[in-house]
Design a protein around this ligand. Structure first.
Ligand code: PLP
Length: 396
């Protein structure tokens, strides 16, 4: 035995060793560097962040806003977000459900979710998640040593539906948190206010954290915003709402988001931020203020672009006898079943090779996603028409 073999091995944590590669990434990697691919596999639009937001970041950078800053975010951004949330989600009974002290600015939605898990999930704790859902949430729970329990939505002629009894029955003594993403990635499912109230009430009674992922709340096609848990909650409820600049303002690369929590969680979150990122980049936060304050016309354009994309994709795919699909209510994904495909990863690889279109395999999103494919329609009509022209011959 040589010296190196005799030394004790430096080991990684079991939870990290066991992390699996995302199946979406598996397909995406195969397509990296391929010429002419139409990329509809990941959750972002083909729109560059608009100039007025980019300019605001450049001005703040020029002005020297390059120092460490407030852990929970610049006060101006937290105030601006509180006003925005109250405008969208205030009701006659609760005209201003959210104050700035409840807001924590984060380095995007992903970082917000990871920090929540750091705060609430102990070894062996359960996170109950409604699926099919964006798979990163399972990984965050696993990293903390938790277990993700999955409750699938059902797909019927009217679209995706949630069985509340089934959701509540899945919660046991080790359930620490429930995760609801609405509007949903990948399904486009949107929870209604009655179900929101029932779930919030259940979580209050059982002392379970309710994590509402509302990053697609603006992508709804018949009203200004999807229903939010915030409209029904008292400030000290065990509710944590996650949101992001990524989708509504086309800022995926900026890595900015926010959390709304009980005011009493503020100090805990300040410490959690300190030991993760120590705060979000100040010159980007200035651009965040401008995005939220002046960005409504842009958000409306984005939603309209997605509505056109949704209708185009729905019409094209519905023409294939092998495709089962309901018109998505919200978010910006088509999630459709294709008869006769078993392994959706293989199918997406086949589509990539034959048609040069990038799609995401349904099995990546947990129970309920079997046999399904996800396509992001937050793209130009020209790009989507070209993609449909290439894809449909493979669906005959
Ligand atoms: C449901 C859901 N939540 C959170 C996120 C995180 O977004 P970001 O980290 O870009 O803010 C995404 C990204 O696709 C998502 O689909």
């Amino acid at each position: 035995m040589n010296d190196a073999q005799a030394r004790p091995q430096a080991k990684l944590r079991k939870e990290i060793n066991e992390l699996e590669e995302s199946k979406i990434v598996e397909v995406w990697q195969l397509g990296l560097g391929r010429k002419g691919v139409i990329p509809l596999w990941v959750g972002e639009s083909d729109v560059v962040t608009p100039p007025f937001i980019r300019r605001a970041a450049m001005e703040a950078l020029e002005a020297g806003r390059t120092f460490y800053s407030y852990k929970r975010g610049e006060p101006e951004l937290r105030e601006t977000l509180a006003r925005y949330i109250n405008r969208l989600h205030g009701t006659a009974e609760r005209p201003a459900p959210v104050s700035a002290e409840r807001i924590t600015v984060t380095s995007a939605g992903m970082n917000a979710l990871m920090m929540i898990m750091e705060c609430v999930i102990d070894q062996g704790d359960e996170l109950v998640a409604v699926t099919p859902v964006w798979p990163n949430i399972f990984a965050t729970a696993k990293i903390m040593g938790g277990v993700a329990k999955q409750v699938p939505l059902s797909l019927g002629p009217q679209g995706w539906t949630l069985d509340l009894d089934r959701l509540f029955a899945a919660c046991g003594p080790r359930t620490k948190a429930m995760f609801i993403n609405s509007p949903g990635n990948p399904t486009g499912w949107m929870i209604g206010p009655d179900d929101q109230r029932a779930i919030l009430d259940f979580c209050r009674r059982r002392g379970i954290w309710l994590i509402g992922d509302e990053v697609y709340d603006r992508f709804v096609y018949d009203r200004p915003a999807a229903p939010s848990f915030l409209s029904h909650a008292e400030p000290e409820d065990p509710l944590i709402v996650v949101n992001s600049f990524s989708k509504a303002w086309a800022m995926t690369g900026w890595r900015m988001g926010w959390l709304v929590t009980a005011p009493s969680l503020g100090e805990t979150l300040a410490k959690t931020v300190e030991f993760n990122t120590s705060g979000t980049t100040p010159f980007l936060q200035h651009a965040g203020v401008v995005a939220v304050r002046d960005g409504e016309p842009f958000v409306k354009e984005m939603v309209e672009r997605c509505r056109i994309g949704r209708d185009l994709v729905f019409q094209a795919l519905s023409a294939s006898p092998r495709v089962q699909m309901v018109r998505p209510q919200a978010s910006f994904y088509a999630f459709f079943k294709v008869d006769g495909i078993g392994d959706t990863v293989q199918f997406c690889k086949h589509v990539l090779m034959k048609a040069n279109v990038g799609l995401a395999p349904g099995e990546a999103f947990g129970p309920g996603g079997e046999g399904c494919i996800r396509l992001c329609y937050a793209n130009s009509a020209e790009r989507l028409s070209e993609a449909m022209g290439r894809l449909l011959p493979l669906l005959r």
